[in-house]
Design a protein around this ligand. Structure first.
Ligand code: AHR
Length: 513
């Protein structure tokens, strides 16, 4: 060990032991990347809920809003710019009440239904299977379809798979052709129900596990379309649900989902998206960090039954959930999105990266106009939220090798409670470039960081930053660039050692060559 390295390690260790606020010490092992960060960790979710589908993605072919076959061009472009890898549809709770045959054929002949979960509004089924798969083709992303286990039937789900993916002569493929689509689509990702412990049927884990086995049997692989079946997993810390599925379903599933939302206060009064004090900010981040414990504990159960990690853990609903914006339909879950949400996104994605050997799929809830949306629309207007920009910055991690880090980090403290002030994740891409994503959670203090890069002789560093003056700053249709990405000038390389200062409440991604 060189003298400089020794002093670096010693200073870090001492600060850690005595809890001193000083330079944070980060070490990145650039030549030890083993697991790949799947791009599918960066997935999104679109439900027939509020203005996610209608108004968000779908405006119809006759709309004056620029569209391609009824799908908004501005939204498609924005999502392609963040390299959206997969899109989950049609729910959520809506999935377990959805009957896909109502959403095919001539649009003016499709039956209407009531969306009982979300505002009791009329669903006219004008956006169905063909429209969703057209959307995914325009987005160049993989579709992820969630089947109806709660109120549907095995036959219905089995026929949906056949309708979409069978390349041959069959009742369902003939129907697809009659409806204008000659070639089958490739759809790999299928959810077998959603929240079957709750809105998806209020089942016990044993009952669902048995039902899963039955449904999954009749979801067939047609041709080379190999299905990746995602079982409806646990609600937050329901470890018994995971234990039961791992025991009874095992490798009949390729992934098991997990749902966890960050709710700052209580489910009855969740807190406002934009009006919160520092204590509520702290609680929001503390609750977000709980994702790390959840993923670790569910993974430990999975490790017992599947030590080779064949089955992925898929947190396919995550994000912040606040009270709806005043004056909006309570069933539409419309909320604004601030710099606080960007911090939540950065921290959560760093957690998923760090567990990428098991977490290989995830979906933030939801893409447009619902919960922690990356895009907000109002008729022809569109704005990109602070959360959007985190996904834009983190593209650098898609399919890159996770690099192990050690980090001795200052604490962010309030009312006697402490959390780490900085969250970090590092990866190496196929071209050998290293990216480090850093989130300074502390809303008051900048964080200086010394960083040692093992295994490379770094020649240059550049970076980009997302921050804003106030933690509750947001982007609106009139002021869309209040929270925007800028060039980061605060990192320096000297003799192979990297040093930087992260402004308070910021998300930074560095690129090192
Ligand atoms: O994302 C909103 C809802 O939250 C989903 O429909 C459901 O799965 C979850 O409870």
């Amino acid at each position: 060990m060189t003298k400089k390295r020794f002093l670096f390690a010693l200073a870090g260790a001492l600060c850690g032991v005595v809890g001193m606020q000083s330079q944070n010490k980060l070490t990145v092992n650039a030549n030890e990347g083993k697991s790949v960060i799947s791009k599918h960790i960066y997935g999104h979710f679109s439900e027939h809920l509020g203005h996610c589908i209608y108004g968000g993605f779908w405006v119809g072919e006759d709309s004056p809003i620029p569209n391609t076959r009824g799908i908004r061009n501005d939204v498609v472009k924005a999502l392609k710019d963040i390299h959206i890898p997969n899109l989950r549809w049609p729910g959520g709770c809506f999935a377990d009440e959805y009957h896909w045959m109502d959403g095919i054929g001539p649009r003016n002949q499709r039956p209407k239904m009531v969306n009982t979960h979300w505002g009791g509004v009329v669903e006219d089924n004008s956006f169905g299977t063909h429209e969703f798969l057209d959307l995914c083709e325009q987005l160049e992303c993989e579709p992820y379809i969630c089947g109806n286990v709660g109120s549907g039937s095995v036959e219905e789900m089995s026929k949906w798979v056949e309708y979409i993916t069978f390349d041959g002569e069959s009742p369902m493929s003939n129907l697809r052709k009659q409806n204008g689509r000659e070639e089958p689509w490739k759809v790999k990702f299928w959810g077998v129900g959603n929240e079957n412990w709750g809105c998806g049927g209020n089942m016990t884990p044993d009952f669902y596990a048995d039902l899963y086995r039955r449904y999954a049997t009749y979801c067939r692989n047609y041709g080379d379309n190999r299905l990746y079946r995602i079982a409806g997993g646990a609600n937050s810390d329901d470890y018994n649900w995971s234990e039961t599925l791992m025991k009874k379903v095992g490798r009949r599933m390729q992934a098991m989902s997990l749902h966890y939302y960050t709710v700052p206060k209580t489910w009855r009064d969740k807190g406002s998206a934009t009006q919160f004090d520092e204590a509520e900010y702290f609680t929001t981040i503390e609750k977000t960090l709980f994702m790390d414990e959840l993923v670790s504990k569910h993974s430990a159960i999975m490790d017992k039954h599947d030590p080779e990690k064949h089955i992925a853990l898929a947190p396919d609903e995550w994000g912040t959930w606040y009270n709806v914006e005043p004056g909006t339909n309570p069933g539409f879950l419309f909320q604004q999105n601030t710099m606080r949400d960007a911090i939540v996104a950065g921290v959560t994605l760093n957690i998923f990266n760090s567990h990428c050997d098991r977490v290989r799929f995830a979906n933030i809830a939801q893409t447009v106009n619902v919960l922690q949306a990356v895009i907000l629309t109002d008729k022809e207007k569109m704005t990109l939220t602070p959360t959007y920009w985190v996904f834009w910055l983190y593209k650098a991690h898609h399919e890159a090798a996770l690099l192990p880090v050690t980090f001795v980090c200052n604490k962010y403290e309030i009312n006697g409670k402490k959390i780490d002030a900085v969250s970090v994740s590092a990866s190496k891409d196929a071209a050998g470039k290293i990216h480090i994503s850093l989130v300074n959670i502390d809303p008051n203090n900048s964080q200086p960081i010394d960083c040692e890069l093992l295994g490379i002789s770094a020649k240059s560093v550049s970076g980009q930053i997302l921050t804003s003056e106030k933690i509750n700053d947001c982007n609106t249709f009139d002021a869309p660039n209040t929270v925007a990405v800028k060039k980061f000038e605060g990192a320096k390389l000297a003799k192979g050692f990297l040093s930087m200062s992260l402004p308070s409440k910021s998300v930074v991604v560095l690129e090192i060559e």
